[in-house]
Structures are given as C-alpha cells and as structure tokens.
Design a protein around this ligand. Structure first.
Ligand code: ZN
Length: 730
C-alpha cells in the first residue's frame, strides 16, 4: 500500500538542508532567469507541447447519421485549434471494431466515423487524442461476462442510473484491465493517435463484485468496507488500495499502447486537489493533463479556474496543463446540450489563459442544437493564436505559494478546502500573483522560487514534511500557518501537540473552542502604535473573531502581540450583549523570526473569511502576508476593481494578465455583461540585466509608454473591459 511516501531524493534534499543547522541567508532567486524555476525533468512529447488550443468533440450515438464532419473540420481550422479529442470507444464505438462486446454505434452502418475525423484532423496538422469512456455496457456483455458489472452493497448488479438499459461496469476488475486494454490496443493500432483520453475510467462509486472483494482481501487482509467514515481503518486501506490499483491500470494501458506507438500516452481525467487519485503519480505518467471544470456549480467564482491551474501546475511542473471548459450550464440537472452567454464563456476561458492553461472546450453532440456558443470560442481562440508568442513557454513570477494537501482532505476530513478558498479570495482581492504547492513536494527545489508559504489548516503532516518546512524557514523562507496545521500525522491521527510547535513557538493546550458566537479581536494599538499589521485598520479598536480557536500555551513571551482575544459574550437578549471581559492577554496571532518569519493564527481566520468575507479579516491576512514576505513586491497593480492578476516570464517577454472579475455576478459566475474598470498602474521591479524594450496591451492591441524609475518600470492601462495583458518585450 502506498501512503505517498517522500521519494528518497525528496527526503535527502530536505534533510541535507535541515542538517546544516545554520540559518542560511535565503538568496532571492532570479525568477526572471529561465533556469531557476523548478521544472519537470521528463521531456514532454512534441504532440503535447505544441498543441495550444484544444477542441473536444464528444459524439453521441446517433451523430453518425446526422452530423457534418466538414463543418467541424472547418471550425477547427478557423479557430486555429491544434489539438483535438475525438470520441472513439468504450460505451460506443464509432469505428468498425473487432473487439467482442465493444458496442458499435447503431447508426454507424459501414462507416468509420472516427477514421474520417482522425484523417481530417491529421490533414490540419492537429495533435489527436481519442476519447474512451468505459463506465457502462450492455446486456450482451453482462450475459457473457457477469463479472464485468459493478455490484451494489446488497449484492445486486448495478443498473446505469441515467440510461437504465445499460449496466455500470467495475473499474477495478477485468472490464478495465482486459476488455478496455483490448479496446485501447485496437484504437492505437488502427489510428495511431497521440494519446487516449479516458473519461469516467475510474469507477462510479464503491463496487462489491467478486474481483473487488477478492483482490482487496488478498492485498490487505480486509473485507470491503461498509462504512464511508474516512477514519475507519478498512475504508482507509480501501482508498489506498484503490488509488494504487488505478496507478497500475494507467501503467498497464501505457505499456500496451506504447508498444504500438512509443510517443503515445493515456491521459487520465483524474481531478485536482480534491481528487481521490494520487495526483503526483498521475502527473509523472502524463505528458499533459486536463483540469476538467466543465461548468460552475452552486457558488463558484471564475477564479476557481485559476485555482485548478495552480494545483495541476504544482504536480505537472512545466508540462502542459489544459483548461477543459464547457459552454453550457449543468448543475445537478446536467443540461449537457445547453449553451450559456458569451460573457460567461469568456470570463472562465480568460481566467484559464491568464493562469497559463491552454484552452480546451468540450462539446457534447456533434449535431448542433444551438450554435450561439461558436463565436465566443472563435474570438478567444483567434486571439490566443495571434498572441501565442507571448503565451508560450512561460514560468510564473510568484513569491508566495499556498500549500494544499490531499492527505489532509483524505484523512483529516471536513471541509478543509474552505481554508484554502479563504486565502485564495484574499490573494485575488490583494492582486498578488501566487502559486500553489503540493504538500508532498516541499523539497528545497520545489520551494526555491518562494519567499512565503501559506499553510491553510494543513492539519495532516508527516514528521518528514515538517522537517522540510523547518528547513525552509531555516533557509530564510517564511510561513503563515492557521488553526490545526501539523496537529495530525500524515494518516490523520491526532498528535498530542503540533509537530511544528517549535516553529510556531507555542504548544497546544489540549482544548479547542467553537463554534464561538459574538467573539472579537482587540487591536493593541497602545502597545504597538503604527504597526504595519494594522494597515487599513488604524481606526479599528476591535474586529470580529473567527469561529473556532485552539487554546495555546506560548513557549516564551512574544516580542509583538498585535491582536488579543475578546472572549464570546451573550448575543441575546440584546440587553445582555456587553463584553464581560473587555481585554485579555490571549494572542490571536503569534509572530516569530527564527530565521525566516513565522506567523501562526490559532483560529480559523481563513475559513471564516471564506464564509463571511469580512473586510477586516482580509486586511489582517494581507498585512500578515506582507509582514511575512518582507520584501518589495515584484508586481504591483493599483487601480479600481476586482482583478485576478498573474505574472509570467518567457525567454523574450514578461506578461501580466489582468482579468476583470468586477461584476455583480462575481461570486457565482453567471456573467451577463462586462463592466469596465478605470486606469490601472502596473509596476514591475526588474533585475538589472533585464531591459524592457517596449510594452504592449494584447487585448486592446496598443503600444503603451514605459516609465522608468531605478530598477522599477511602470505602465498605465487606461481601462479594462474583460481582460488585458501587459506584454513587455525584453
Ligand atoms: Zn468491482
């Protein structure tokens, strides 16, 4: 079983730095130089690296009788799409397959629709992926191979929930390992695509078939779990076993198709930070991955696209990350044929491009029921092609990173994502370019670009991971940690104390309090007049507290205690709403400077911020980040509005994307229109060896003046409708 152990190389790197003991001066890396930023060392297949704009045509079974391939080939050409994903097989085969029980489209006749499309796309010099979807099959397959079918907890074979004439297949047994292997080999032999993109390849929930029962028992000694409790040892073992089984499946399929076409690869649709998959292992195996965020659900701001990009980039390094977006509305009602407005399509796609993802639109059904979306894609794709020179081969210019932790979401449980979402919102509102870091990649090389790491309640951390964080701080890096960070081990077992207690300078006193009502934080202006942590709060004697806090025992007296607790007092009857204790010496933020800087919040400021979006919390988070980072920002953008700001370097230019999220619909994403924001001043600090030759605005297509002041340059963007890109030739 795999618990995602650190690789030997990662471990040696972390201990080598820690072992020196001394506080090394943290040299600011030259992020503008190409060699410094961590990159994956694997070479990426040419077909994956050159495709910048992807089109996905997901055929439906009756398409062969109705659709017009020439229309699509023309659309691909017109939009400069240079990568395509075409439906091949699995549930429905769109070619004359010879694999037994591989169901040919009932409308296929004598045609080879897949072959026609592949041939047309190859003539356009497109990279070609063929899509398979193995998650459902038919009566004939079930009759001959009853063990291919998923089994419910009650022992019954599982009917498909949406197409009841079909059966749900078992992803962990011979249906995938044998039947789909034959399908993938046949597709690779017939068409030699660059890769096989696998949709819904990893099961549809728990399966209790004979293979799952026997294989799990043989691997772990356990019977299949009957509980969904993530702390149950059987459930935990099951997650680990299943995770490894999917890695084995990808290895099997890669081995078989590469025996036919050595440059090819399976591309698993495998999810980001919240995925049950081992994203590091999936990333190692794929020359590119697509972040599948087809439609918004519930309350989702458009910057979530960028969050996916950062999460994928954390494990993919320089390998292409694709932003897979839809053109319609879905929610749980799944209007798969729907079309949404152009502003909404644009804002999600523009935020993907701003976060260095290559766009990939997906269209279900090649027979168009509604053509309104075509122009939106046309506009975006033509624009990215025109400016490709600036959008290619880029590295992020970011000094701050938010750590995310799959093991915390797997083993600690709860809504751990909310803590990260709070920081993400704060970073967007603060216009700070930043990245995300996977907690299994905290080695010195991966952390080299960053001055500050944010740990948003990263509760589950191993001793080795904590050593890496110590090494980061010993080397001059800063961390901001919140709430229960390091209070649990990597498998979610609670420790007696924080593993990082030495770094925080505090011990857990064994108690937590919450949910707290009507509690506040006092700003200690008298003790610390003019302190930078009070920026924007100079006239605020107190602000609201979070909702849950830990009881803490400081190990020593802290030099600065800017924020102290005003404990909860009754919130009803109104006559009783007065503070019982106006002032305490209980700190709400612990600040230390052992080498780099360490800021620890014992309460859930980030999660509370995401829940209630209090501006005072935003200011405290932003001020703490400034204190921790303690250097002049590389990129500053000043002006009105809510902008997602990202900054990039490639061999010949620096690009700064300003995506205008200012919109009454910003926190849910159904943009009707855009509302222009006024002038923005973009200030950039450049190293001495970089000369800014000229500046252009890539959306409005104008050249603009550069003002120089020492090592800094600044440009003024007069206004922004939906987005603007400041491109500086160097
Ligand atoms: Zn099964």
């Amino acid at each position: 079983m795999s618990h995602l152990p650190l690789t030997r190389r990662e471990f040696l790197q972390s201990t080598a730095v820690a072992g020196t003991g001394a506080a090394l001066a943290r040299v600011t890396p030259n992020l503008f130089a190409q060699a410094v930023v961590p990159v994956s060392r694997e070479t990426t297949a040419a077909w994956a690296s050159r495709a910048m704009r992807w089109a996905q045509l997901t055929l439906v079974e009756d398409d062969p009788a109705h659709f017009d391939p020439a229309f699509w080939l023309d659309f691909f050409k017109r939009t400069h799409s240079d990568g395509v994903c075409l439906s091949g097989g699995g549930c429905v085969a769109y070619y004359p397959t010879q694999v037994p029980f591989h169901h040919r489209s009932a409308w296929l006749g004598d045609r080879d629709v897949l072959g026609e499309l592949v041939s047309g796309c190859r003539k356009l010099d497109m990279s070609v992926l063929i899509r398979t979807d193995p998650h459902a099959t038919y009566d004939d397959a079930k009759a001959a191979h009853p063990d291919w079918i998923a089994v419910e907890a009650n022992g019954n074979p599982r009917r498909h929930w949406a197409s009841p004439e079909m059966w749900v297949t078992c992803a962990l047994g011979p249906y995938n390992f044998e039947f789909m292997t034959a399908v993938h080999k046949e597709i690779m032999s017939r068409y030699r695509p660059d890769g096989i993109f696998m949709n819904r390849w990893d099961g549809s929930g728990d399966c209790y078939c004979q293979h799952c029962r026997e294989n799990f028992k043989a691997a772990t000694g356990f019977d299949l779990p009957r509980t969904t409790d993530s702390h149950d040892p059987t459930r935990r073992a099951f997650h680990d076993w299943r995770r490894q089984r999917f890695v084995d499946l990808v290895d099997l399929w890669n081995g078989e198709i590469r025996a036919i076409n050595p440059d090819s690869s399976v591309i698993p649709n495998s999810g980001g930070a919240s995925s049950p998959h081992n994203t590091i292992e999936m990333s190692r195996r794929a020359p590119m991955l697509a972040a599948d965020r087809q439609a918004r659900h519930g309350l989702e701001p458009p910057w979530l696209v960028g969050k996916s990009a950062k999460e994928y980039r954390a494990t993919m390094g320089n390998k292409p990350v694709i932003g897979l977006f839809g053109i319609g509305l879905e929610e749980q009602y799944r209007w798969k044929d729907s079309v949404t407005g152009s502003a909404e399509i644009r804002i999600w796609a523009l935020d993907a491009v701003a976060n260095n993802m290559r766009p990939w639109y997906t269209k279900f059904s090649a027979t168009l029921h509604d053509e309104r979306w075509l122009k939106s894609i046309d506009d975006i794709y033509v624009w990215t092609e025109k400016n490709q020179h600036y959008l290619t081969d880029r590295r992020p210019l970011a000094r701050v990173a938010i750590v995310f932790s799959q093991q915390t979401s797997w083993y600690y449980g709860g809504r751990v994502e909310d803590y990260a979402l709070g920081w993400y919102q704060a970073m967007v509102e603060s216009r700070i370019p930043f990245e995300m870091v996977h907690d299994r990649l905290l080695d010195a090389e991966h952390l080299a670009p960053y001055k500050t790491l944010i740990l948003p309640n990263i509760a589950a951390l191993s001793d080795a991971q904590c050593d890496q964080l110590r090494a980061f701080v010993a080397g001059g890096g800063s961390i901001i940690a919140t709430h229960e960070t390091s209070l649990y081990d990597e498998l979610g077992a609670r420790r007696k104390n924080f593993a990082l207690a030495d770094l925080f300078g505090v011990d857990w006193a064994g108690k937590s309090e919450g949910p707290m009502h009507n509690s506040y934080i006092r700003l200690e202006h008298e003790a610390l007049p003019g302190n930078a942590l009070f920026a924007g709060l100079e006239d605020a004697p107190r602000i609201i507290n979070g909702v849950t806090r830990l009881d803490i025992t400081p190990r020593a007296k802290f030099a600065e205690t800017p924020f102290t607790l005003i404990p909860s007092y009754p919130d009803l009857p109104m006559e009783k709403v007065y503070p019982r204790v106006p002032k305490t010496d209980i700190s709400c933020l612990y600040l230390r400077q052992p080498a780099g800087r360490v800021a620890y919040f014992p309460f859930d400021i980030d999660r509370t911020f995401w829940e209630v979006l209090c501006a005072d919390h935003l200011k405290v988070m932003r001020n703490t980040l400034r204190w921790a980072t303690n250097e002049a920002p590389m990129v500053e953008v000043n002006g009105p509005g809510l902008l997602d700001v990202t900054a990039w370097r490639n061999p010949s230019s620096i690009t700064i994307h300003l995506v205008n999220l200012t919109n009454p619909m910003a926190m849910k994403g159904p943009y009707r229109d855009f509302f222009p924001v006024g002038a923005q001043t973009v200030r950039l600090r450049l190293p001495a060896d970089i000369h800014a030759k000229r500046a252009r605005l890539l959306a409005s297509g104008k050249e603009i003046a550069i003002e120089r002041s020492g090592a800094a340059i600044s440009v003024t963007v007069p206004s922004i409708l939906d987005h603007e890109v400041v491109a500086i030739d160097t």
